[in-house]
Design a protein around this ligand. Sequence first.
Ligand code: FES
Ligand code: FES
Length: 157
Amino acid sequence: MSSVKQVLLVNGKSQTVEIDPDTPLLFVLNDELHLNAPHFGCGMAQCGACTVMIGSQVVRSCVKPVGSVGREPITTLEGLGSPEKPHPIQQAFLEEGAAQCGYCLSGVILTAKALLDAKPHATDQEIRESLGGVLCRCFAHARILRAIRLYRDGRHG
Ligand code: FES
Ligand code: FES
């Protein structure tokens, strides 16, 4: 299919791209909009490195055609907060030193945030299960779980 103009709402900003609607959203975010947090890992919806949120849902952007997004808001990991003003879940990861190489963090942080947005009192087991399909090659799992707990428990005083 040939390129068409498409308006995307990404991290609160309206962005116009001219692109084949079958192009994976990940490529548009990386190559057209220069957002680096969602990473290419497997390209087959198997690892979670490319995760973004579309509305309140976590989506694997490597298999999501950009033409299917419409005007739904897209949030990438860099859209949650900034180095100067991190989102509380990003702050929890900093406090626990939970990121090693950081390659998996779009999948880990956005998946955990989406779970806790929907279910603020999710148990450790539910957190583990939600992250079952997000691969961390650095084996940082114990620190990752500590950071997510810190965020969860901090929201309840
Ligand atoms: S790169 Fe999308 S799930 Fe692995
Ligand atoms: S921190 Fe390196 S892949 Fe998870």
